[in-house]
Design a protein around this ligand. Structure first.
Ligand SMILES: NC(=O)C1=CN([C@@H]2O[C@H](COP(=O)(O)OP(=O)(O)OC[C@H]3O[C@@H](n4cnc5c(N)ncnc54)[C@H](O)[C@@H]3O)[C@@H](O)[C@H]2O)[C@@H](O)CC1
Ligand SMILES: [K+]
Length: 504
């Protein structure tokens, strides 16, 4: 699914209005009504009142449409007009006229107004600013936002939480609505996906407003949201006459004394993600545990008891995962460099593999083209240095991918994948995954898919998606608190089954 900027969304609205022969007021009615339907489904009946805070632009216009429909559905509503400007948008004014003709309480909120008494049984609809916010609001409007944030009622934001700008948040001190849920129109909005701004909305979902399909399909963008529809199309069936040679021989190199589990989870994840064969190279201390806990995986022990000191497999791997639990010893670094001098196939570099890379930048030139690197923000910082905000971080990820011809997977709530030409935010996953070992599992899944001949970008997007999906299914049984990395492996089959069920 594409992600657009404010200017593109405005053009999408304009084209929609022209092609569907409707007025902008009708499009606003469609947007507001559909959002009202969702509200009705999820929040109504409500013990208390609904407070609809409306700005002077079209976001406020949406709020007024919602208020009218709530009133018609017999819900007690109070409209609070936040008078931050003398200029009202035409469609907002038209909707205000319609609301004023009904028996709906309307109050005006100005600089000197005091905040109304809102109780826990009430619901606040934030329709103050949407995608039109272009600078920080006046101090009294920011105070209002902070008051809403401290009131006990639940808060639902229309399109975007007010105070959040499409290109991020201005400074740490900016006031932004903390929304329990944001209903955003037609396409995901970038600031909802980035950590600095996204944290303001606990959850969000899309309200389709039937924008012009040709525009949505043809308008170019760098940013995408990976959804299940696309992933279903990517997932390959396994033909009846295939054999283990058809699905690649994955080679996992990792582990060191005390951290053999990382390599083990990575290997088991590769196996469960469908590799034809999996071999794991671990230091001798890991031999026994690997052979007993995952008998399907072949073990290639190195000569040293505690460390990887040489990587010389007696077969040609189709895909390699390098790094989990490997440590950063100088001998391990030399073994990695020696291996990379002759290996030119698919590679996923993670964890200590990335830490070694940060300490030995000469390793960049030895990486095969389209190597997948999977840093978390701490590892990414060690690779590229600090960034001032999310947008700069995004830019740095894209530049790194382009400059080094790698695929960057920057792990987070909406893990992003970039090849330098596009940025793909993942839609699956949950906070239970913030636990040791879940990265090792991801590395194994991506390496496995690369070996099954998915193109590198596709293998990576599908791997990230399945990893999150598996964890989402797992927490139905385990809860987010108790989720372990090995659960992600255990539920991977359910993730495949879910995607397969959508194929039919
Ligand atoms: N254009 C359309 O046809 C549709 C628009 N929709 C709604 O319209 C919203 C966008 O509406 P607008 O473009 O009117 O903008 P907003 O309603 O988001 O913002 C209000 C206006 O405030 C002004 N402004 C920006 N920063 C300000 C500041 N710091 N202090 C005071 N004023 C400031 C801007 O001129 C902006 O137009 C969307 O988020 C969505 O909710 C929906 O109704 C769907 C259809
Ligand atoms: K809003």
């Amino acid at each position: 699914m594409k992600i657009f900027n404010a200017e593109q969304i405005r053009r999408a609205d304009k084209v929609t209005i022209e092609n569907q022969h409707i007025s902008s007021l009708q499009l606003m009615e469609r947007a507001g009504y559909r959002l009202f339907r969702k509200l009705h489904e999820n929040y109504i009946p409500l013990k208390g009142k609904v407070w609809v805070f409306c700005g002077m632009g079209n976001n406020g216009g949406d709020g007024l449409v919602i208020a009218r429909h709530l009133y018609e559905a017999k819900q007690e509503v109070v409209v609070v007009l936040v008078n931050f400007s003398d200029r009202r948008s035409e469609d907002m004014q038209a909707n205000l006229d319609r609301v004023a003709a009904l028996d709906i309480a309307i109050t005006e909120f100005r600089e000197t107004s005091s905040f109304p008494e809102i109780i826990a049984d009430d619901l606040v609809i934030d329709a103050v600013f949407g995608i039109g916010l272009s600078r920080r609001p006046a101090a009294w409007v920011e105070r209002l936002i902070l008051n809403i944030n401290t009131c006990p009622a639940r808060v639902v934001a229309v399109d975007l939480p007010s105070g959040m700008m499409m290109d991020g948040i201005e400074g740490e001190t900016a006031a932004v609505i903390k929304a329990d849920h944001t209903y955003t129109f037609q396409t995901p909005k970038l600031p909802l996906l980035l950590p600095g701004s996204g944290k303001y909305s606990r959850n969000w979902s899309i309200i389709a407003i039937d924008q012009d399909p040709d525009f949505l399909a043809s308008e170019p963008t760098f940013f995408y949201y990976t959804d299940e529809k696309e992933m279903v199309k990517l997932l390959e069936e396994r033909p009846r006459f295939s054999h283990k040679g058809s699905y690649g021989h994955a080679f996992i190199c990792g582990g060191s004394y005390g951290k053999v589990g990382a390599a083990l989870m990575c290997a088991e994840a590769a196996l469960t993600a469908g590799s034809g064969l999996v071999s794991a190279l671990v230091p001798r201390c890991g031999y026994q545990v690997l052979q007993t806990s995952v008998p399907e995986v072949m073990c290639v022990p190195t000569s040293d008891e505690d460390l990887i000191t040489g990587i010389q497999p007696e077969f040609t791997p189709d895909t390699v995962a390098l790094g989990p639990g490997m440590g950063k010893d100088e001998q391990t670094f030399r073994a990695v460099m020696e291996f990379l001098n002759t290996y030119h196939g698919y590679l996923v570099l993670d964890a200590d593999g990335l830490n070694i890379l940060a300490e030995h930048p000469e390793m960049w030139d030895a990486l095969p083209g389209q190597t997948v690197i999977t840093p978390h923000p701490g590892e990414f910082k060690r690779l590229v240095g600090a960034w001032k905000d999310d947008n700069e971080c995004l830019e740095m990820a894209m530049q790194l991918a382009k400059r080094r011809n790698v695929i960057v997977v920057l792990k987070g709530a909406y893990t992003l994948v970039t090849d330098g030409d596009g940025v793909y935010f993942n839609s699956t996953g949950n906070p239970g995954m913030a636990t040791g070992g879940s990265g090792d599992v991801l590395t194994g899944i991506i390496a496995s898919l690369l070996g099954q001949d998915y193109a590198p970008l596709e293998a990576t997007r599908l791997g990230v998606f399945l990893h999150g999906l598996s964890a989402d299914i797992a927490i139905r049984d385990t809860s987010v608190w108790a989720l372990k990395a090995t659960d992600i492996i255990d539920y991977l089959g359910d993730a495949f089954l879910f995607l397969q069920s959508l194929k039919r």
